[in-house]
Ligand binder design. Structure first.
Ligand SMILES: [Zn+2]
Length: 365
């Protein structure tokens, strides 16, 4: 751990209330516009960005997890912040965690990939960094980023699904992230799909969850099964050569034109479509944003999903809701976390802090 935390000008108590409610009483933040740092803690890596006053990404850090102990994970999350601040006087920090993050203070009750259960990460980070800290679920952060600068820009009602090993979700409702009573709302990967009985992943006790039938993890399983049974020749051939067979390979072969792999993605897309129907009917969003690694399959996955959405959602909803790929790429969560931190520290709304920002502020290149 490098430098000690700066003088604690903003005692932890003054920033209570989480990242949703703007905190106006943080002293001295109104006029100052020091750098804000956003950190996205993924399952395999940490991506952190430092935003300048115009919300452009000034610096970016990517680190792989080396060690998965609780101490090592927390240490890396704090270290990337200190590296990006680089001796300057930061305004605030934001973190997106793959976890259920309490709306108010308190310990994390469930964390998907990282050993952060029972940790009050917000209090811990504020004490260590000496500045206001916003902490939220990683998909909430990604949607905040997409709503500010990406595919959901200009909308007040949007839903995001991230298709990775699991399926994460987030809901923007009338311009605000919808968090539920405890802060845990938006777990859209655990919507049950009618007629499906697959066991869900992680600690979810559900069966036939959307995540169990339409995630990258579900595609991994389908790919291995197809290789073992020999139902997809290209996958079986790779397996015979001792190569790893997984969903990423299916996507790669499908994009290269393999008809069997395209059919497998289409089946997954139809199952995803069943989830989109539930989401569209429940929230009537302007746009459903699809992110995560599996979104790389593009229309091979999304066209069948949209077809099911148009066919099965209620008239007036299914024919008007847009389905779009996320635009900020893997930066969405880190950018969104930084915007939440800025919003919290300045007491501003998302729209006021993102006014005038370039639409491409967080995109690649
Ligand atoms: Zn589930």
């Amino acid at each position: 751990m490098a430098e000690p935390a700066r003088d604690n000008e903003h005692p932890a108590g003054s920033a209570a209330g989480g990242s949703q409610r703007p905190v106006g009483e943080v002293r001295g933040c109104g006029a100052r516009r020091g750098p804000v740092v956003g950190v996205d803690a993924g399952g395999t890596k940490v991506l952190a960005v430092r935003l300048g006053p115009d919300l452009a990404v000034e610096r970016e850090l990517l680190r792989q997890w080396q060690e998965r102990s609780r101490e090592a994970v927390i240490d890396l999350l704090l270290t990337v912040c200190r590296e990006l601040v680089d001796g300057e006087d930061p305004l605030a920090f934001g973190f997106g965690l793959p976890a259920l993050v309490p709306k108010e203070r308190g310990a994390i009750p469930y964390s998907t990939h990282l050993p952060l259960e029972d940790v009050d990460f917000r209090a811990l980070a504020e004490a260590a960094l000496g500045r206001p800290v916003a902490v939220d679920n990683d998909v909430n952060c990604a949607l905040r980023g997409e709503a500010a600068l990406g595919a959901a820009r200009g909308t007040r009602d949007a839903v995001m699904l991230t298709l990775g090993t699991g399926i994460g979700g987030a809901i923007l409702c009338d311009g605000q992230l919808f968090r539920g009573a405890r802060g845990f709302a938006g777990e859209l990967g655990h919507i049950p799909v009618a007629g499906r009985t697959e066991r869900c992943q992680g600690k979810c006790p559900g069966e036939g969850c959307l995540e169990a039938v339409a995630s990258g993890g579900a595609l991994d399983r389908a790919a291995r099964e197809a290789a073992e049974r020999g139902t997809i020749a290209a996958l079986a051939a790779r397996a015979r050569r001792g190569e790893a067979v997984d969903g990423a390979l299916v996507t790669e072969l499908a994009l290269a034109g393999d008809a069997d792999c395209r059919a497998l993605l289409a089946t997954l897309g139809e199952q995803l479509g069943a989830g989109l129907v539930a989401v569209a009917n429940a929230f009537d969003p302007e746009v459903i944003v699809i992110g995560g690694g599996l979104a790389r399959a593009g229309e091979l996955l999304l066209a069948p999903a949209k077809r099911v959405l148009r066919q099965r959602a209620l008239p007036g909803i299914g024919d008007s809701v847009r389905v779009e790929r996320a635009q900020l790429g893997e930066r969405a969560g880190a950018v969104g976390a930084a915007i939440m931190a800025l919003e919290m520290a300045t007491g501003g709304s998302e729209r006021s802090v993102t006014e005038g920002a370039a639409p491409s502020g967080g995109s690649d290149g």
